[in-house]
Design a protein around this ligand. Structure first.
Ligand SMILES: Cc1ncc(COP(=O)(O)O)c(C=O)c1O
Length: 479
């Protein structure tokens, strides 16, 4: 196949690809042509440290995963209407990581398909239609999921909120409705959970109906790397079940050992969902995803008499790849690694917080960390401009970060699980330098503005900085 220059790629993309498909770093997008481990390489061979790709879970292009996919592809690929070992072994393996109630698997191709099927299972099992989802949550791009994803339908051009969709507050203990600045810390989880009870009660009063489902990520990604408080899920699940609904844990982003201590993020809360959905890391970049549920829910689905067939779901190649991802996590001890490196990352970011007042909060579990940038630590007002400035400067330093949260002021880190302590040091040292730059820019603009500023003009000036020469350091070059 011919190789295009970056300029030609951009021109063809502009011409043929839907403009709604947005690029990272729109002003100067990256053309990535290869990757290995936690590094990605552009068309000039320059390396970038990937701190955000939780899909390349065991490392980009992991040789064992690639080999498993290639070998199975050159042997056989069919669909799950034929008996094949890969699918049953993968199912057995998934179930072995979960509480014993979760024992029946359905294989699909993406996180969206998984959540869509989860909703369908919930509707059939409960006979109800009302769904509770969280503020700022995203669960996928299918129509059924845009309808429950506040992160999307709440946009100015988004679809109107459906009558059966109910949005509960994001259980954020830092900038949320209930937070540790004004509420008793141990009570925050219950306060947020009480809202779920209120929704269930209102549905009963207004429609005379019970609940279908409560769906939430076990840690909220698009919501701003939020770690729900203790007692939250436990109480929510109780209220939802009392109202006839089932509880769906969306583990599409946060599952497969990212938190280190457990395979699944819901396990840190000591609850057992009725349905768990998983995707992204499962295939390390290959499209494979799954829904796992209880025998009772699966039987309700079976009793409809409608066959479930998904052409590619659980095909031998996808399952060979998912099995290789499992093998790699285990062989390379990646859960323990995530725990150790994650703690180091969190501690290092806490040190940065001590030095830089624009960091309002640092939170995380395992290799899932958020750094919340604020204008003022007392008011906790979001500082989008500084957060995006940091991300764009880090890109110039060849370190890829991104922002999330309703105000796009939370810098997120969820790197491939092979991320090392040396990588943490590179990120933190560079971040420290850029945060000093931010402080310097703010001080300079404050003094300039004092001299020239008309009354009422903004004091926020983001300075352009010169490009840094490509390349991270010798560590990357030696890969
Ligand atoms: C929490 C969550 N659920 C579901 C999805 C949908 O997954 P996919 O893009 O594989 O369809 C996403 C995608 O970003 C997600 O973040």
């Amino acid at each position: 196949m011919e190789t295009l220059t970056k300029k030609e790629t951009i021109a063809l993309r502009d011409k043929f690809i839907g403009k709604s498909c947005q690029l990272f770093f729109r002003k100067d997008p990256l053309k990535i042509v290869s990757a290995k481990g936690q590094y990605m390489f552009d068309e000039r061979g320059d390396a970038y440290l990937d701190c955000i790709n939780n899909v390349a879970h065991v490392g980009h292009c992991h040789p064992a995963v690639v080999k498993a996919g290639c070998e199975q592809m050159s042997t056989l690929n069919t669909n799950n209407r034929f008996l094949h070992d890969n699918i049953v072994l993968c199912a057995q393996r998934l179930v072995s990581t979960l509480p014993e109630e979760l024992e029946v698997c359905f294989f699909v191709n993406s996180g969206s398909e998984a959540n869509d099927l989860a909703l369908r299972l919930a509707q059939i099992h409960t006979g109800n239609r009302h769904v509770i989802a969280l503020e700022h949550a995203y669960h996928g791009h299918l129509t059924s999921l845009i309808d429950i994803s506040h992160y999307k339908f709440n946009l100015p051009g988004g679809p109107a909120q459906r009558e059966y969709v109910h949005v509960a507050s994001c259980p954020d203990s830092y900038r949320g409705k209930f937070n540790d600045a004004k509420d008793e810390k141990s009570k925050i989880g219950e306060l947020y959970a009480n809202e779920i009870k209120d929704i269930c009660d209102n549905v009963k009063t207004k429609f005379g109906e019970g609940m279908c489902a409560y769906i939430a990520e076990s840690m909220l990604s698009c919501g701003g790397q939020v770690i729900p408080p203790p007692n939250y899920f436990e109480n929510v699940y109780r209220h939802v079940r009392a109202a006839g609904g089932v509880c769906i844990a969306d583990e599409v982003q946060v599952g497969f050992g990212r938190i280190g201590k457990h395979w699944w993020a819901f396990q840190q809360y000591d609850v057992v969902p009725d349905i768990v959905t998983m995707g992204k890391p499962m295939g390390n970049g290959h499209p494979v995803a799954a829904v796992i549920t209880t025998r009772a829910v699966a039987n309700s689905f079976l009793n409809t008499g409608v066959e479930y067939f998904n052409t590619y779901g659980g095909n031998p190649v996808s399952c060979a790849i998912a099995n290789a991802v499992f093998d790699t996590i285990e062989k390379e001890n990646l859960r323990e690694h995530a725990l150790v490196v994650g703690e180091y990352l969190l501690d290092s970011c806490q040190m940065l917080k001590k030095k830089h007042v624009c960091i309002g909060d640092v939170r995380g579990v395992g290799l899932f960390v958020g750094i919340e940038i604020v204008k003022d630590r007392n008011t906790r007002e979001a500082d989008y401009e500084t957060a995006t400035y940091i991300v764009s400067r880090m890109k110039e330093e060849h370190i890829l970060l991104s922002v999330d949260g309703p105000d796009c002021n939370v810098i997120k880190l969820k790197p491939p699980m092979v991320f090392s302590k040396e990588n943490v040091e590179d990120v933190v040292t560079t971040l420290d330098r850029i945060l000093k730059e931010v402080r310097h820019n703010k001080e300079e603009s404050f003094h300039q503005n004092r001299a020239t500023r008309p009354i009422g003009a903004s004091t926020e000036v983001i300075k352009e900085t010169p490009n840094r020469k490509p390349g991270l350091d010798a560590r990357i070059k030696s890969i």
